[in-house]
Design a protein around this ligand. Structure first.
Ligand code: 8YV
Length: 329
């Protein structure tokens, strides 16, 4: 039987599925440190990760390893140049999380705009004595302008929801999406600068790459409206968190909603000191149904990539399909 590592606690029934095909080494404790992950990968044919960094050193120490299946759509934790050089396949879990993640983007954006978390904390602290005409005034969603940066599958799902709120949708992306999609979403392509200046609510839904590092920093925040909100459901590092703290503190923008952070699960401690930011612990895809779908898809990818199951040799979501069938190097 081929050997696999499951590097994280996941649904036990998915582990049972994997056990039908593999000898499973299941790590259920705290996140494996890099050296421990490398050690546990050394004798494995495949692995299932969820955001764990895998690079050249780990691949070199695991000569049998042929596939690493990430239980996430984002795979910036994989050094894909190293995967390609070693002929190791990486897989991810796109699509199954689009709608849950888009829902959550809206929840965060609305919570930030309407000051839901901030006012709830205030209420819990026993500070509510009387109604006031200017208590927790926020910015409107209905009829406002939504600016989506990153118009992939999740960005499109997010934009689709804007119709019900009678919003104007503008977007920025590496390249324009197909005219039919622009028409369906009633979305107008804009330069990043134009989007930042015009949008009432900016939502980030782009993948993390070196080029996207600090897509939003001090200069970009300075271009936004003082009534605007910024929501990040993409990846830590796309926003310069220190610059954001400053922009929130000085009311350069009204509010922010963050689900992801530079260096998470640790976060810039200053974020905890500004009231006008809603902070959630990377849970945009966290519904029971979606996390189950992601875990099962990650298992499907692993099973198929290691030549087992009904799709043997044809994993549904290869990131670098060009290495399929090539000998490990
Ligand atoms: C994952 C995510 O839960 O899919 C992604 O890219 O950010 C989340 O849905 C998280 O990355 C853990 O793997």
């Amino acid at each position: 039987m081929q050997k696999i590592l499951v590097a994280r606690p996941i649904f036990p029934d998915v582990i049972e599925r994997l056990k039908q095909y593999f000898d499973v080494d299941w790590h259920q404790g705290e996140v494996l440190p890099a050296d421990e992950l490398t050690r546990r990968l050394a004798d494995k044919d495949g692995a299932l990760t969820a955001g764990d960094p895998v690079g050249a050193a780990a691949l070199a120490a695991a000569p049998r390893l042929r596939v690493v299946s990430n239980m996430a759509v984002g795979y910036n934790n994989f050094d894909m140049a190293a995967f390609n050089a070693a002929n190791v396949l990486g897989t991810n879990t796109p699509d199954v999380l689009n709608e849950s993640t888009a829902d959550f983007g809206w929840a965060l954006m609305m919570a930030a705009a309407r000051r839901i978390a901030e006012s709830e904390h205030w209420l819990r602290a026993g500070k509510w004595q009387k109604w006031t005409y200017d208590g927790f005034l926020g910015s409107d969603i209905y009829g406002s302008t939504l600016g989506v940066i990153g118009m992939g599958r999740i960005g499109q799902a997010l934009a689709r929801r804007a119709k019900g709120f009678n919003m104007q949708v503008i977007y920025h992306n590496r390249s324009r999406v197909a005219p039919e999609i622009e028409a369906e979403l009633n979305a107008e392509y804009a330069s990043k600068q134009d989007l930042l200046r015009r949008a009432d609510h900016v939502v980030l839904v782009l993948p993390y790459t070196k080029e996207n590092h600090h897509t939003i920093g001090a200069a970009e925040l300075a271009q936004m409206k003082p009534t605007a909100t910024l929501t990040n459901i993409a990846r830590g590092g796309i926003v310069d968190d220190a610059a954001l703290v400053e922009a929130l503190r000085t009311k350069q923008i009204a509010a922010a909603g963050l689900d992801v952070y530079e260096g998470e699960p640790r976060l810039n401690p200053d974020l905890l000191t500004v009231p006008n930011v809603v902070l959630t612990p990377h849970i945009a895809s966290a519904t029971e149904a979606t996390r189950r779908a992601m875990a099962n898809l990650a298992a499907d990818n692993l099973i198929a990539a290691l030549g087992e199951g009904p799709r043997a040799g044809r994993p549904p979501n290869p990131i670098n399909p060009e290495v399929i069938g090539k000998a490990r190097s």
